[in-house]
Design a binder for this molecule. Structure first.
Ligand SMILES: C[S@@+](CC[C@H](N)C(=O)[O-])C[C@H]1O[C@@H](n2cnc3c(N)ncnc32)[C@H](O)[C@@H]1O
Length: 212
């Protein structure tokens, strides 16, 4: 049982609606790209309702999905039964994963490093469970490089976490990944949804970092 409690029942209740809306806006391709080419033993941390499970390639031999929120974990359990690769859903938090040292080929996160209480602790834990050379795959919204938009994100951060399950719109997640000791192998930045303008979680990054 994780010592850090995550309970966002209202966010969890509306989660399907949020992600369904983004799916309709073309996010499916990004989620496919996130996990394309993965192989071996993989963990998805903060798996939500299991929205990414359907995209994992058959080369993944085992997927361990870690989800702290009880309602979302139940939905993820249902998604796991339909998943194309063997998938096990477990309770846990990013900073305290129920997984052994160097036991994974890859860790996947999507929209999670915005919500963890301590990014450095979570990323340090990802390095612990990854084998040397293992991959961190990430699809995260981040702090804008444009100063004016970043200021808008700082203001939004005063209320956004209370509405959106503890999510902070203004974190420089690529810098945090590098500071944790990962080697940023490749990533790209873009706005999603493409048509949005004043949306605090518009700037996003998607890519791969290596452990060591
Ligand atoms: C915005 S949702 C993203 C869900 C899913 N990964 C996706 O691609 O849509 C954020 C997820 O992070 C989870 N989460 C929040 N705090 C966490 C923590 N400390 N450790 C692990 N997961 C956490 C939430 O329960 C939720 O499932």
């Amino acid at each position: 049982m994780a010592s850090e409690q995550v309970s966002h029942p209202i966010f969890a209740r509306f989660f399907d609606r949020f992600v369904g809306r983004d799916k309709d806006r073309g996010e499916v391709g990004l989620r496919r790209e996130l996990v394309a080419g993965l192989a071996g033993r993989v963990a998805e941390v903060g798996a939500g309702n299991g929205i990414n499970f359907e995209h994992f390639p058959a080369s993944v031999g085992e997927l361990v999905a870690v989800e702290p929120e009880s309602r979302l974990r139940r939905s993820a359990g249902e998604a796991a039964r339909r998943a194309p690769v063997p998938t096990r859903v477990v309770e846990g938090v990013a900073a305290e994963l129920p997984l052994g040292d160097a036991s994974l080929d890859a860790v996947v996160v999507a929209g999670v490093l915005c919500s963890v209480p301590d990014q450095a602790a979570a990323l340090g834990e990802f390095r612990r469970v990854l084998r040397p050379g293992g991959e961190l795959r990430f699809y995260e919204h981040v702090r804008s490089r444009r100063a004016g938009f970043a200021r808008f994100q700082d203001r939004a951060d005063l209320v956004w976490p209370r509405l959106m399950g503890g999510c902070h719109p203004n974190r420089d997640t690529a810098a945090a990944i590098a500071a944790a000791g990962f080697r940023l192998e490749r990533y790209r930045g873009f706005g999603f949804p493409a048509h949005a303008r004043l949306y605090p979680v518009l700037p996003r990054i998607l890519g791969v970092a290596r452990n060591g």
